[in-house]
Structure formats: C-alpha cells, structure tokens
Write a new protein. Structure first.
Length: 269
C-alpha cells in the first residue's frame, strides 16, 4: 500500500520541473492527481514557461503509474478562475486531501534592474498566486482530516540572497502565509508546511543565466550561494518531491507550521 494511497493531490505548476516531480512521486505512492499550470510565457522573463504539451505529458506519466489525473490551464493570479477550476476538479475526483502550492517563477538581477513590471509579476505569481491557491483549496481540505497543504518556499525565503530582491520578497511572504495558516487551520485538521529547496535542476534555472556574471563582479557574494555539501551545486526535483511526499503522508501527522530544507546545507552556512 502506498504512503498516500487513495488520496487526491492538487499541484500547481505541475507541467514540468518540481511540480511534475511532485505529481509523479505522489502518484507512485497511490494518489490521484489534479495538475494545474498556466502554460503561458511572461514578457518580463528571459526563459520560456511550460507548454500545454508539457502538461499533457505530465498527465500521461501519471496515468502510466495507474492513477487518475485531471489537468487544466489556470493562472493562479486569477482567484475566481482558480476557484472554478478547483471546484470542478474536486467534484470530479470526489475529494481533496493534499495541496502543493508550487507554481512560481524566478529571475535574478541587480536591485536597479528590478522594473515595476518585473516586481509586480514575481509578487503576483509567487506570493499572490500561492495565497489564491490556499484560498481556493482550503474549503475542500477542511473536513478531510488530515489535510496537508504544502507551500514551495526557497532558500531565498530564509536569507537575503543578492540579486534576488523581488524573488526573495515573494518567498519571504509565503512563509508568513504558511505560519499564519498553520495556526488558524490546526483545529480544523489541516496541516500547513513549507519546503525550502536550494537551486534545483529544472528549466527555471535558465532564468538566472547572468547569475555567474553577477557573482563574478563581487568576490564577497559567491559564498552566499554555496551549498555546504561538496560538489552539490544543485539538487534534483526528486529530492524535493520526496520531502513533499513525506509531509503529505500520515508519517508527518504531527508536523505543521514547519520549514523543511532540501538545501544541501545552504542555509547552514
């Protein structure tokens, strides 16, 4: 029997990268999957977003693992659109047990390179979109008991990494959302936690093509980004997915309000 057998999990940003990894890992352990993704590019970013084909591939991979799957293109910044999509998907699945508020974007630039448009987009997707995901799904988690809401944070949610002002602001914000919700929802049987990855080997890393150049311009900055474990520049999506699986499972039944690092020791430096 799988560790989340018979449960239903909703993942945002599920078309590729960490979101796809979460969907597949949870499916391998018995969960049916609701996979949302926007599948649209942003003018302010330097790398392409996932596509409808990516989302369809996620669905195929879930089905190969013998689980049901529902996919839909959803912009998490649009609360009403998100609520409708959640109601429809949960209605088809019959319930909701696990939510992975994972959709996010990334970019790096010096402080004076943060345009109003970039700031608004990063905060909108990473913070407001995460909050909207919580708002749209919590009514369906309440009464499921135990429900598990897992928010994707970052090492940038904990320390002030240079060239990440907008990104760090958005990720610091989701920690505040998690902490507040963990207290408010505990009596309702919903656990809320954050996962903080270091850099992960996903297509999103292409958004930081200039990071090495920026670091090279100031020798004091490089160590801030270094992981403690030697020769580990980035972790893999499966490493994050394994932590998500643990927090979603009954093994973590007494864990709420926590921040769990998958960072190769980055935050310990």
């Amino acid at each position: 029997m799988g560790r989340v057998e018979g449960k239903v999990a909703l993942i945002t940003g599920a078309a590729r990268g960490m979101g796809r990894g979460m969907a597949l890992r949870l499916a391998e352990e018995g969960a049916d999957i609701i996979a949302f993704d926007m599948c649209t590019d942003y003018d302010v970013l330097t790398y392409p977003m996932s596509t409808e084909e990516d989302l369809a591939e996620t669905a195929q991979l879930v089905e190969r693992r013998g689980r049901r799957v529902i996919t839909q293109r959803v912009d998490t910044r649009n609360l009403e659109q998100l609520k409708v999509a959640v109601r429809s998907a949960v209605g088809q699945m019959g319930k909701l047990d696990i939510v992975c508020a994972n959709a996010g974007i990334w970019g790096c630039q010096t402080w004076d390179g943060v345009t109003p448009e970039l700031w608004t987009t990063l905060i909108g997707v990473n913070l407001t979109g995460t909050w909207h995901t919580c708002q749209a799904t919590i009514p369906h988690l309440i009464g499921t008991e135990p429900g598990s809401l897992i928010i994707t944070g970052s090492t940038s949610a904990v320390k002030g990494q240079p060239f990440h002002v907008a990104y760090a602001a958005s990720k610091h914000g989701v920690v505040g959302v998690m902490r507040s919700l963990a207290n408010e929802l505990a009596s309702k049987g919903v656990r809320v936690n954050c996962v903080h990855p270091t850099g992960v080997s996903t297509p999103m890393l292409a958004g930081g093509a200039s990071l090495e150049e920026l670091i090279a311009g100031d020798p004091h900055i490089g160590p801030i980004f270094a992981n403690a474990l030697p020769d580990v520049e980035v972790v893999e999506a499966i490493d994050v997915s394994n932590m998500v699986l643990y927090l979603a499972s009954d093994e973590a039944r007494y864990l709420t309000g926590g921040e769990y690092r998958v960072d190769a020791g980055n935050l310990n430096r």
